[in-house]
Design a binder for this molecule. Sequence first.
Ligand SMILES: [Zn+2]
Length: 484
Amino acid sequence: MKRGFSIAVACVLFIAPALAQTPKLKDVTIRGYVTEFRSPTDFDIEDYRIARDQVLALDFENASPDITFELGDIRVGVELEIKGSLNEQSGELKARSVKVDLEQFKSIKQTAFVSVRPEGIQLLDGTWGGELRADGQLIRITNATAVVFKPTKREKKLAEQKGKANAAADDEEAAEPLKSLDDVTIGMAMTYEGKRDRDTGRILAERIEFASNDLEDGEAKMWKSLKTSVKPAQGLKAGELKIDQIGKFKLVPDADVQAYVTNLGQRLVPAYQRDLPVDDPRKIPFQFHVVQDDAVNAFATPNGIVVVNSGLMEMLENEAQLAAVVGHEIAHATHEHTWRQQQYHKKARFGIALAGIVAAAYGIRSSADMATLVNGAIVSGHQRALENQSDRIGLQYMVDAGYDPRQAPAVWKLMAKQNGVSATNFFWSNHDNEPTRRSYLMNELKNNYRDTDYSQFRMNADEYSRIKAAVVEANGKKKKIKVT
Ligand SMILES: [Zn+2]
């Protein structure tokens, strides 16, 4: 009797908060890009509907005398940090303070690689004009844009030997106006400088520089140092993937699963990379492996070893979502992010181990990576710019391979659910969090795929669930369904 009574009491206590009419308010901090704008006092960041408190503090980071911002300047694509109270039932966030990092309105400089023959720009009366799709986004070129070609050291030497160039010419002088689009070849580096137009999201280019992209000696050495080998399965022992400097991983013992991810990955590799002959030093020898690890994670090494954890595959719902993650990782490799980051840190006189950079290049972060985050560079502006680039280019790879790019932001929705990570979590509130990444992708879709007919894209949910079941099976984990 006594026992029954206490159970009944417990039930009542449990139900009571749900019956209460007062909404549950929580103090939160979210950082993200405005995805929908109705008015400066009513807009969305991802799924959060932001309303404004009567008294609102507006703060700035990286202030600069030539950049002004007021609340009336809030629009789609602007990145904000909002502190306020969240009504968890309605998703409404009443903002108490808004912080704006003015860095986003300053001139940007970014390097990407030419993956298709440039279209959309032409030379008229000696100046270039038009719109170029590059680096996963739209770049506007006007007669005020300097469009130049810059020979590499190797090319300069060649020209000198032919007596064409002045050996004393310094770097700036070495750049010459681009004469024809024929001089731009696939795989070339394109460095652009300019500002993002606040209304259209387009980059208004001030300067665009094309240069051949030679595999540098240091880069080739880095590739070599990441020697990779696969030990096949033996009897009951699972196969093993070993990447020098990174570690050893147990492969998911299912040939179908491995072949499936390899096929998917190879389809996402951009055509210009696939088409390079095997002996071309610039060819990245991509490999795709699924390893047994419950952490929701994936990563890529600079020499194209893409590792997908079983835990990630178990979380995702369809092939397009897996394509989003794998495409993002391929972009890290094609855009030489590990190398570029190492060069960057060298300049900043801040040594960082290779393994640390690769780990920090994880597409998907779980709480297990917190240590890396705290120690590492992922929160630096440089790393952030590279993450954004991988997101943009990953979307492009998805689209090129026929996958619905809207599934990319959907991955972050699942991540938030899986990790229980929310704006209320202390750690995430100080860093990029799921809303940041998700709202970034949502914005990129708006900026660059506005006129896209999404019905032509696929998700392949059925095929994916077959493979996912095989991953679960291979891991020997019979998922218990709770029916209580
Ligand atoms: Zn990444």
